[in-house]
Design a protein around this ligand. Structure first.
Ligand code: PLP
Length: 375
C-alpha cells in the first residue's frame, strides 16, 4: 500500500507534471515574474469559474482578509464579528487593523458561524461579519446576508477552505462560495483545495468599485504609476504561482469530486459507530471537504489519534485552541466566558487524511482501523 498522508501533493503533481512543468518553464523563459500574463490570465479564469465580476490575486489568504478589511473604510474600535472556531488568520487581521474582534460560537452540525449568536452580538459599533466556510462547507449565507442587510453591515467571506463549493438560496439560485457577500477571500496555500506551489491568495467581489480599490490597496494604494491614493501594502501573486494555478484550476472540479468520493466512503464505513459523529452536509450546501473532520465522543479523541498514529495513519486536530482562548487577544477583545459548542468540539474534532489521491486500499485500511478501535 502507498503510505498514507494527510495531503498527498506529490502524487497529485505526478499526474499533471508535463503541463505544470511547461507552464513554469514558460514563465522562466520569459523572465516575467510579477504582474504578468499568467497572473492576469488566472484572475480572468477564476472570475469565469466562480461567476464573479472581479478577482484580485494577492500574496496569501491572510493578506486577502487584511486587504478586504482595509478596503471597507473601518475605523479603529469598530467591531467585526467572527467565529472563534477558525484558523487564527481570520481573527488576527481584525486585531492587526486595530478593529475589535467579537467572537461568536459555531453551529454544532456545520461548525460554521452561529447565526442566532451573530444577531445577538450586533451593537452600534458593529461594522462587519466574517463568516468562515470551515472545512469546505458554506456557512448559512441566506439568513446571514439578511441580517447584514437589516443592520447595514459588510460581510467578508473567508473562503480559504471552500473554493469551488456553492450555496443554494431558497429561491433556487446557487452561488459559489466567496461570491455571495460583499467580498470573498481565499488562499492558495499548497494544501488548500486549490493550492499553488508556494504562497498565494485572492479577493473576489461583484462590486467593481470595491474591486478597483482592493487592487490598488494590494499594490501600495497605487492608482497609476507612482501615484498613491490609499495607504496600501505590497501583496502579489507571482507568475510562477499563477502558472501552476492556471493548470490546477482546470482540475478543481475533478479534485472536489475525488474528495467527495473519499468522504462518502468514510461516512458509509462509520455508519453505526455511535461515538463518532461524521460530517454533516446541509441541504443547501455542497461540502468540498477541505477536511474530513469527525467528532469523537466520550473523551476518546486522543486515544483514537494515538491508535491511528501507531498504524501509520496520520490525523490532525483542527483546531485545538479556538481564537477566544488565544493569548494574543487578551486585552484586545472581550473574551466570552464560554462558547459552549466551540469549547466542546475543540476536544472532539479529529481530521482524517483527505486529499485527491486517496485510493480504495488506503481508505479501506483507514476505515477498518477506526471500526476496530470502536468494536
Ligand atoms: C489557510 C487559511 C487562511 C490563511 O491563508 P494563508 O494563505 O495561509 O495566509 C485564512 N483563513 C482560513 C480559514 C484558512 O484555512
Amino acid at each position: 500500500m502507498i503510505p498514507i498522508q494527510m495531503v498527498d501533493l506529490k502524487r497529485q503533481y505526478q499526474k499533471i507534471k508535463p503541463q505544470v512543468d511547461a507552464a513554469i518553464q514558460d514563465v522562466i523563459d520569459n523572465a516575467s515574474f510579477i504582474h504578468g500574463k499568467q497572473e492576469q490570465d488566472f484572475a480572468r479564469n477564476l472570475e469565469q469559474y466562480l461567476g464573479v465580476k472581479k478577482v484580485i490575486p494577492c500574496a496569501n489568504g491572510t493578506d486577502a482578509l487584511q486587504i478586504a478589511l482595509m478596503a471597507l473604510g473601518l475605523q479603529p474600535g469598530d467591531e467585526v464579528i467572527t467565529p472563534s472556531f477558525t484558523f487564527i488568520a481570520t481573527a488576527e487581521v481584525i486585531a492587526l487593523l486595530k478593529l475589535k474582534p467579537v467572537f461568536v460560537d459555531v453551529d454544532k452540525d456545520t461548525f460554521c458561524i452561529d447565526i442566532g449568536q451573530t444577531k445577538a452580538s450586533i451593537t452600534k459599533r458593529t461594522k462587519a461579519i466574517i463568516p468562515v466556510h470551515l472545512f469546505g462547507q458554506s456557512a448559512d449565507m441566506e439568513p446571514l446576508m439578511k441580517l447584514a442587510k437589516e443592520n447595514n453591515l459588510f460581510v467578508v467571506e473567508d473562503n480559504a477552505q471552500a473554493i469551488g463549493s456553492h450555496y443554494t438560496f431558497s429561491d433556487g439560485i446557487s452561488k459559489k462560495t466567496g461570491t455571495i457577500a460583499h467580498i470573498g477571500c481565499t488562499s492558495f496555500f499548497p494544501s488548500k483545495n486549490l493550492g499553488c506551489y508556494g504562497d498565494g491568495g485572492a479577493l473576489m467581489t461583484n462590486d467593481e468599485a470595491l474591486g478597483d480599490k482592493m487592487r490598488m490597496i494590494a499594490n501600495h494604494g497605487q492608482s497609476k504609476r507612482y501615484y498613491h491614493d490609499w495607504v496600501g501594502c505590497n501583496s502579489r501573486l507571482d507568475n510562477l504561482q499563477a502558472a501552476v494555478l492556471n493548470i490546477k484550476l482546470q482540475y478543481l472540479d475533478e479534485y472536489i469530486a475525488a474528495r467527495r468520493r473519499a468522504a462518502a466512503f468514510y461516512s458509509h464505513s462509520f455508519k453505526g459507530i455511535v461515538e463518532l459523529q461524521v460530517p454533516f452536509e446541509s441541504e443547501n450546501t455542497e461540502h468540498v471537504f477541505h477536511q474530513y473532520t469527525v467528532l469523537v465522543k466520550k473523551g476518546k479523541r486522543d486515544a483514537l489519534h494515538d491508535f491511528l498514529a501507531e498504524k501509520n495513519i496520520p490525523s490532525m486536530i483542527y483546531y485545538p485552541v479556538p481564537a477566544h482562548r488565544q493569548k494574543m487577544f487578551e486585552g484586545v477583545a472581550d473574551i466570552p466566558e464560554t462558547l459552549p459548542v466551540t469549547d466542546e468540539i475543540k476536544n472532539e474534532v479529529l481530521s482524517l487524511p483527505m486529499h485527491t489521491e486517496l485510493d480504495e486500499e488506503q481508505l479501506h485500511y483507514i476505515t477498518s482501523a477506526i471500526v476496530s478501535f470502536f468494536s
